[in-house]
Design a protein. Sequence first.
Length: 291
Amino acid sequence: MTSRLPPLDDLHAFALVAETVSLTRAAARLNVSQPAISKRIQSLEARLGVALVARRANRIVLTEAGARYASALAEGFSLLQGATEALLRPPAGSLRVRAYTTWALRWLIPRLPNYYRLQSDHSVEVTTSLLPVDFASDPVDVAVRMGAASSPVPGATRLHRYTVSPFASPAVAAALGGQFAEATLLLSLARPRDWISWGAATGTALPGRTVAFESTSLAIQAAIEGIGVVIAAPMLVEEDVRDGRLVALAGPPVATEDYYWLLLPPGRVRPEAVMFSGWLLHEMSLQAAAG
């Protein structure tokens, strides 16, 4: 069935003219020229076959039909606005955190019970992505990203320098006896140069056998299963080391050029995001003091 509904642009223009009782102010709201607004109103009137506005010397007024139509349109646009906001609004009380999969899985999630013990007003919605966050379009309240020493965006807070060290299962570590010549190196495709950086910094000659995985988390699990030696940040495997699933194979970790950064949206920040950020910085400081 053919729709008799006029173009939405024409309806919106008329609704704004009715609201502001001014072609000039309506044009400014839509960032178009006054003649463009007049043309839209004329097009709407022609389509409907009804006069909606009457032009006086220095002003416009709504006709009786125009006033009735404007009232119905205002209600309709209000419903559309409410439906759109409801669609984009996060669940009540939910704090939306964007991070990397490995960091979220191995560092954040084990500590979330600590956060919930501090507050019970809101839940945390964790999503993961390797892509840069765009606060203008992404539904994110707090983001943890990785970047070089300089701030990735204005106002970002440096959390932790990314350091790496080799780890293996106890059985693999015992078989290697501290030598890497016979080791199978496990690495993440997201960080393909960590082994090279570690070898150069420590003067260690590395074998050519490598097995690559999509993420550091998968590479760590492969090390736990005894497939080889993984290069990873100690902060990501501390629970595995503590529980004996992995052991460190070398001395102090090697610092990379990267840092974890805490990002908040520009402008007004939700109180929940401020609370979460403070807790995150506190947890990071505790780990730095312990390490």
